[in-house]
Design a protein around this ligand. Structure first.
Ligand SMILES: [Zn+2]
Length: 117
């Protein structure tokens, strides 16, 4: 299975999970009819700290980031709520001991170690 196929499979699973979520009175928790896509662009800047994103004050959809950070960042993020809690999965990198939310990263942005190694 290609990386793209695996990503599509993961996104479909998350979409189905969102469809199943209900609130305390048994109704759909998310209004999926009002979903939207946001495209963010990045400018490479080695002066930015690894793991950080500096917003462009003139363009709200553009950020500066270190190339190592962008290599680690997932290219398609599926966000269901403002706090990004639904798909959060916090792990501690076994190499650099940093806490990482794997919903955003392909590998550790700080030391580039794979989560699976
Ligand atoms: Zn690490």
């Amino acid at each position: 299975m290609s990386d793209r196929d695996l990503l599509n499979q993961q996104l479909n699973q998350k979409w189905k999970q969102l469809q199943r979520e209900t609130n305390s009175i048994g109704q759909a928790h998310y209004n999926l009819d009002h979903s939207f896509e946001v495209k963010i662009s990045f400018k490479l800047d080695k002066s930015v700290s690894i793991g950080a994103f500096i917003p462009n004050k003139e363009n709200p959809n553009e950020y500066k980031a270190h190339p190592q950070t962008l290599r680690a960042l997932k290219k398609d993020l599926f966000v269901a709520d403002n706090k990004c809690e639904l798909f959060s999965k916090i792990i501690r990198c076994h190499s650099c001991n940093t806490e990482i939310d794997t919903q955003f990263w392909i590998h550790c942005p700080f030391c580039e170690t794979s989560f699976n190694s």
